[in-house]
Design a protein around this ligand. Structure first.
Ligand SMILES: [Zn+2]
Length: 86
């Protein structure tokens, strides 16, 4: 039983690519696939890893296609934490 990736370094490359496209926008999985040109399965795996390790959050709406499916956004887009006007 091996736990490591079999196909080389494509896994971490996929994670970086996904992380890059959601760093500045909320995107659903389909749009992430379209923007990264990665296989859907690689995007799904990368998202799971990022949610656990990089604080990627879920959003309600995709900024790109306005679909109501679950979107993903990077941990740095925390606009709502300090936005309350005093
Ligand atoms: Zn979308």
């Amino acid at each position: 039983m091996t736990l490591g990736p079999i196909g080389g370094s494509s896994g971490s490359d996929a994670i970086r690519a996904v992380e890059a496209v959601i760093a500045t926008a909320s995107l659903c999985r389909q749009c992430i696939v379209a923007r990264t040109a990665l296989p859907d399965r690689d995007v799904e795996i990368a998202l799971r890893v990022l949610i656990r390790t990089s604080g990627v959050q879920l959003a309600d709406v995709c900024d790109s296609c306005d679909s109501a499916s679950t979107a993903f956004t990077g941990p740095m887009s925390n606009r709502d934490t300090t936005a309350s006007a005093s």
